[in-house]
Design a protein. Structure first.
Length: 224
């Protein structure tokens, strides 16, 4: 069997934003990345779904506030109809309803629009690999929200699996403290790839679906 070409290895991305002044430059900038191919630009959720249906698509970079069909509803439909397509939110909004709504609908990443090109491309690559990337402001909001709603000591949450390794518990604790993968790697003196492996393992063992749920479990378990 022949080796895949460079073009076949590129991540196929749809950029969704209702403002052409944002959508078009963003698509152009991402196109400069050697491993990203912007296959479509969409002004609303219906155009996103049409682009994904025409596919193939690996990642949708999703604005939240769009006409016709907003980003949260579009993310929910993608999760149901095209679970293999990852969603990374890129928005000006970082309120609890937007963050929890998007992550609850199935988004794997959440960035605000002050994110730089490297942050965005890193989030796209992580999402395509099944990982989550949340910017610092979003991490802080999730942490505050989880702490405000977590059960009291007299009302403990679900216990962590007994087969979690000490390192996996350390990683979960640091997620609960709001650290991104890079921060966890620096704290534990390991590579980001190793961090991702630990996260995949602990998510599978604990039945954790996303980073928001991981923050909550860490707090409920008294790790954060």
């Amino acid at each position: 069997m022949s080796e895949p070409t460079e073009e076949q290895q590129k991540l196929r991305v749809v950029v969704a934003d209702d403002q052409a002044a944002v959508r078009e430059p963003l698509a152009a900038v991402l196109g400069l990345s050697g491993d990203i191919d912007v296959v479509a630009a969409a002004a609303d959720g219906t155009e996103v779904l049409a682009a994904v249906a025409a596919g193939p698509v690996d990642v949708v970079l999703m604005d939240l506030r769009m006409p016709v069909m907003d980003g949260i509803e579009t993310t929910r439909r993608l999760s149901e109809q095209y679970p293999q397509v990852a969603v990374v939110v890129l928005t000006t909004f970082a309120d609890d309803d937007s963050i929890l709504g998007a992550l609850g609908a199935g988004a794997r990443g959440y960035l605000t629009k002050n994110a730089g090109r490297q942050d965005i491309t890193r989030a796209i690559r992580a999402a395509a690999a099944g990982q989550s990337v949340l910017d610092r402001e979003v991490q802080d909001r999730l942490l505050a929200s989880a702490r405000s709603t977590t059960p009291k000591a007299s009302e403990p949450g679900p216990a962590l699996p007994a087969d979690l390794t000490p390192r996996e518990r350390e990683v979960l604790a640091l997620i609960g403290q709001g650290l991104p993968n890079r921060g966890i790697a620096e704290r534990l003196f390991i590579s980001e790839a190793t961090v991702k492996t630990h996260i995949n393992n602990l998510f599978a063992k604990a039945g954790i679906r996303d980073r928001a749920a991981a923050v909550r479990r860490a707090i409920e378990a008294g790790l954060a």
